[in-house]
Ligand binder design. Structure first.
Ligand code: NDP
Length: 236
């Protein structure tokens, strides 16, 4: 099997992750979706794991390798929010968001990079957020985790760039999914007023950017931060 055509997507059961899995399937990849609940798009191989549990992550990646072969593409997409004002944010809510969004990505990157180093080829795409650099009201925990992904990708790019491995970050703006459905109407309206595109994104628009960064022809794009946010984060 061609080592470059096996792609792993975390949180592939819904929202942006589901759109990414669907897009990579239509690009011709063999897609392994890591999910803790729900179902995957038709054609994706299902691996259940909770990203906050390193043993469960290692078991899933070992099973993917065993069943499908060496991993060429990793899209670390899964994430959560636990918004709240700083004064009221508990250390628990801060730690939980870091554990899923940042340490969870680290667990996956570590597991997938083994194959990539061996093959001297790999594409790692981390799904961050516009708030990583813009800041988010009530999102001290989430913005800290999402900006951490930028440092992670750039360090991977420096460590592994010489082995044909790229690590890039996509920073989506406001995308219509379950996550944003939770936002109070006033905050959503305030964001909308600041987006030059004048609308929110569809998950497929994030998937299109992933498709490029995951491709062989994106081999000279490394450590970059690609905002897909309708212009919201310009200059940040
Ligand atoms: P959703 O809330 O719709 O989906 C989140 C996904 O992450 C689900 O598949 C969920 O699984 C999975 N997940 C969460 N925690 C874990 C865990 N511990 N182990 C395994 N899977 C987990 O979010 P979106 O699709 O909107 O967001 C996807 C990514 O994009 C996230 O990283 C988010 O931060 C980022 N993003 C989203 C934006 C938006 O506007 N929607 C904007 C900027 C960034 P389950 O179904 O089991 O809960």
């Amino acid at each position: 099997m061609d080592t470059t055509r096996i792609a792993v997507v975390t949180g592939a059961n819904r929202g942006i992750g589901r759109a990414i899995a669907t897009r990579l399937l239509s690009d011709g990849y063999t897609v392994a979706g890591i999910h803790r609940s729900g179902e995957l798009p038709e054609g994706a191989h299902s691996y259940r794991a909770d990203l906050t549990d390193s043993e469960s992550v290692t078991t899933a990646f070992d099973a993917i390798r065993e069943d499908l072969g060496p991993i060429g593409v990793l899209v670390a997409n899964a994430g959560i929010t636990k918004d709240g004002l700083l004064a009221r944010m508990s250390e628990e809510d801060f730690a939980a968001v870091i554990d899923t969004n940042l340490t969870g990505a680290f667990r996956c990157v570590k597991a997938a990079s083994k194959d990539m180093m061996r093959a001297r080829y790999g594409r790692i795409v981390l799904i961050s957020s516009v708030v990583a650099t813009y800041g988010g009201f009530g999102q001290v925990n989430y913005a800290a985790a999402k900006s951490g992904l930028i440092g992670m990708a750039r360090s991977i790019a420096r460590e592994l760039g010489g082995r044909g491995i790229t690590a890039n970050v996509i920073a989506p703006g406001f995308v219509t999914t379950d996550m944003t459905a939770e936002l109070p109407e006033k905050i959503a309206a305030d964001y909308l007023a600041r987006i030059p595109a004048g609308r929110f994104a569809a998950p497929e628009e994030i998937a299109a950017a992933v498709s490029f960064l995951a491709s062989e022809e994106a081999g000279y794009v490394n450590g970059t931060l690609l905002n897909v946010d309708g212009g919201l984060g310009m200059g940040h």
